[in-house]
Design a binder for this molecule. Structure first.
Ligand code: GDD
Ligand code: MN
Length: 356
């Protein structure tokens, strides 16, 4: 077989009727557009006989079947399928026909114009999703979370799309953080080495046959995935914000419930916030960079926090006296600089990954 231009990877779990129709329709669309292709179906031992139905089509269409022993998750299915993909470009789409096959050639046109990543999008003008209201709310909520925590997801309107085309080189080196997740595209957006992105509108159709496999567990998985893909400087900033809340909360309790003096309450509240920040940074922000003992990291973190605070003070005063006579602006610039210094010191000095 000659090397195809496009490989379509489609994960299946109980999609017997749908996948047959999908393959027939894809064949028609690709032939009409004059594009060479192959389809890689990744089936997780579906009890409904999906794999056997696909086997029945293999003499007629360029189809490869990857059979896995059990339901191992959508993201890992896509990355397992990738190992068999021979196309220069890869299209990831669902098998249930909610992602219309006739959109695929449109994605390819954009790839030929030079885009590395082309997303079929529900949320650009011309796109739509026929969702029941509760799913629309979940989808928009999930999109918002991704936007806040993963800056690279902000580049696009539909970072949650399950339907996209990507140059194979862009994703061949990715190790997905969350094999069970539904959001393959988030991994690609956060970890892929693409130069540019384009969104093509499409209509997310209603499912006609079979049912969605998206349940509560999927949503929990999603939160885990987003937390895994959040860059460390965003984590560090969020932890810093939580530290401020702890600081003020502890201060209020010590001062007004325990009736301590301001000097003591303030000092203890600052210490509480440093410990809070340390715990979260150690468990989450820099979890890959832990080395040595916890105690030594805790001491080093006190040092980097102190340097951060001193920097903040010096920059605030310098800005106020030499640049702008405005306390809020001066202090804000101080906070930002202190944050950066504390971040750099924490990353390089407190949680530097062991070098071999
Ligand atoms: N191999 C395998 N293993 N396939 C799976 C698994 C699994 O564990 N879980 C789901 N699938 C397959 C389904 O058979 C289907 O072809 C596809 O993955 C999507 O599953 P659905 O259950 O239909 O998902 P959905 O319609 O709720 O959501 C999809 O569309 C959204 C909009 O594009 C997903 O692709 C979402 O990620 C996406 O946001
Ligand atoms: Mn679906």
């Amino acid at each position: 077989m000659v090397k195809p231009e496009v490989t379509v990877i489609t994960p299946t779990y109980n999609e017997r009727e749908n996948v047959v129709k999908l393959i027939e329709e894809l064949d028609r669309c690709f032939k009409e557009a004059g594009i060479t292709y192959e389809v890689v179906v990744v089936d997780d031992n579906s009890p409904d006989g999906t794999a056997e139905a696909v086997e029945g089509l293999m003499s007629k269409y360029p189809v490869k079947l990857v059979r896995r022993p059990s339901k191992l998750g959508l993201t890992s299915a896509v990355f397992d399928g990738l190992k068999y993909a021979e196309g220069t470009y890869v299209v990831v789409m669902d098998a249930d026909l909610q992602h219309p096959p006739e959109v695929v050639p449109k994605l390819y046109v954009k790839a030929l114009e030079g885009y590395d990543l082309v997303i079929a999008s529900r949320y650009v003008s011309g796109g739509s999703a026929k969702f029941p209201l509760h799913r629309l709310i979940v989808s928009l909520g999930a999109t918002l979370i991704a936007r806040v925590l993963i800056p690279k997801a902000r580049k696009v309107k539909d970072p949650m799309s399950g339907f996209f085309l990507v140059k194979k080189d862009v994703i061949s080196k990715i190790t997905p953080t969350s094999p069970k997740s539904y959001k393959v595209l988030l991994e690609v957006l956060a970890l892929g080495s693409y130069r540019n992105v384009y969104e093509v509108p499409y209509e997310f159709r209603e499912r006609v046959v079979g049912k969605s496999k998206l349940g509560f567990k999927t949503m929990l998985n999603y939160v885990k995935q987003v937390l895994n893909l959040t860059p460390d400087y965003v984590r560090f900033a969020l932890v810093g914000a939580s530290g401020t809340v702890v600081n003020l909360g502890v201060l209020a309790v010590l001062r007004y419930v325990a009736n301590l003096t301001h000097e003591i309450a303030s000092a203890l509240a600052i210490e509480a916030s440093i410990i809070n920040n340390f715990v979260w940074n150690d468990l989450w922000t820099f979890k890959g960079g832990r080395s040595g003992s916890v105690a030594s990291r805790l001491i080093k973190f006190h040092f980097s926090s102190a340097v951060g605070v001193i920097t903040q003070y010096v920059i605030s005063l310098t800005t106020y006296y030499y640049i702008v006579r405005n306390s809020i602006i001066a202090q804000s610039i101080g906070i930002l600089t202190g944050f950066i210094i504390n971040y750099v010191l924490s990353k390089k000095f407190v949680w530097s990954p062991r070098r071999f």
